[in-house]
Write a protein that binds this ligand. Structure first.
Ligand SMILES: Nc1ncnc2c1ncn2[C@@H]1O[C@H](COP(=O)(O)OP(=O)(O)OP(=O)(O)O)[C@@H](O)[C@H]1O
Ligand SMILES: [Mg+2]
Length: 247
């Protein structure tokens, strides 16, 4: 299979996709619509913990995980964002936070008091636990009992928790979290994510006994793109926004 061209931007340019006071009205509204659908999807879940992933790399997981967390916090709900991509973490760079201590420090037993690793009120009602230094064994750390305790604690203290993860078809990290959370929100990039990749990711998610909460379709043209989400039979859909609206 041909390798997809990377469209990764420098972090300084990536920051412009984070919701802020100058973000266009239509884009903010699209995220709000996605939030409404997500709240309904979470209604029956005891733990309002959402794992954000996608099939492949560079499909917008981190940016959209952060934007969904920001949009949820705007309702007045308390939100924790956890950067659980301990392979290619970016949340600390996007938010200009220190990353000497973070999730890996907690899971590795270096920091015992989780509250000392959390960045408070990064935005109103939004706390962030950055990845911490990159560990050699992310999947092992995610599977461990300290992660269970952290998820338990987080769901008690916060109304919603959003977890940024690596791509689901490449490594198992997101799938390892699935059955211990409310479920997965898949980022699907129109014109890039293929039906085959979506099916593969869904198959893997089903094997974990977890739930797929829905899809957030990005890079939309407004029509069902060939190979994108438009003609896909899965019933969930949050909303869409156009890349062109950011320019
Ligand atoms: N709305 C957008 N329009 C255009 N480019 C975007 C948009 N959102 C994110 N990007 C760019 O796409 C690239 C990938 O975004 P992001 O880091 O959120 O993806 P990812 O799926 O988390 O990647 P990875 O698999 O490496 O973790 C970044 O360079 C980012 O700046
Ligand atoms: Mg990412």
């Amino acid at each position: 299979m041909a390798k997809k061209k990377s469209d990764r931007l420098p972090i300084s340019m990536s920051r412009k996709f984070i919701l802020n006071d100058d973000t266009q009205f239509a884009i903010k509204e699209a995220y709000k619509a996605a939030r409404t659908n997500l709240v309904f999807s979470l209604a029956s879940s005891e733990r309002k913990i959402v794992v954000v992933t996608s099939c492949g790399p560079s499909e917008g997981k981190s940016t959209n995980c952060l934007n969904m967390a920001i949009t949820m916090a705007e309702t007045g709900a308390s939100v924790l964002l956890i950067d659980c991509d301990m392979r290619k973490p970016v949340q600390h760079s996007l938010l200009r936070l220190d990353n000497k201590v973070g999730l890996s420090s907690v899971l590795g037993g270096i920091v015992h008091d989780i509250s000392k690793a959390i960045n408070r009120e990064v935005r109103t009602h939004l706390d962030v636990l950055t990845s911490g230094p990159i560990p050699p064994n992310p999947a092992e750390l995610i599977s461990g009992s300290i992660m269970d305790q952290l998820l338990e604690l987080a769901s008690k203290h916060y109304d919603y928790v959003f977890i940024d993860t690596p791509p689901a078809t490449v490594v198992t990290d997101a799938l390892l979290l699935n059955s211990r959370t409310a479920g997965i929100m898949f980022i699907v990039k129109e014109g890039r994510t293929t039906h085959g990749e979506i099916n593969e990711a869904l198959e893997k998610a089903r094997m974990t006994d977890g739930k797929v909460l829905g899809f957030l379709k990005v890079n939309c043209t407004g029509k069902g793109g060939k190979g994108g989400y438009g003609s896909y039979k899965y019933k969930y859909k949050y909303n869409y926004y156009k890349y062109s609206e950011y320019k």
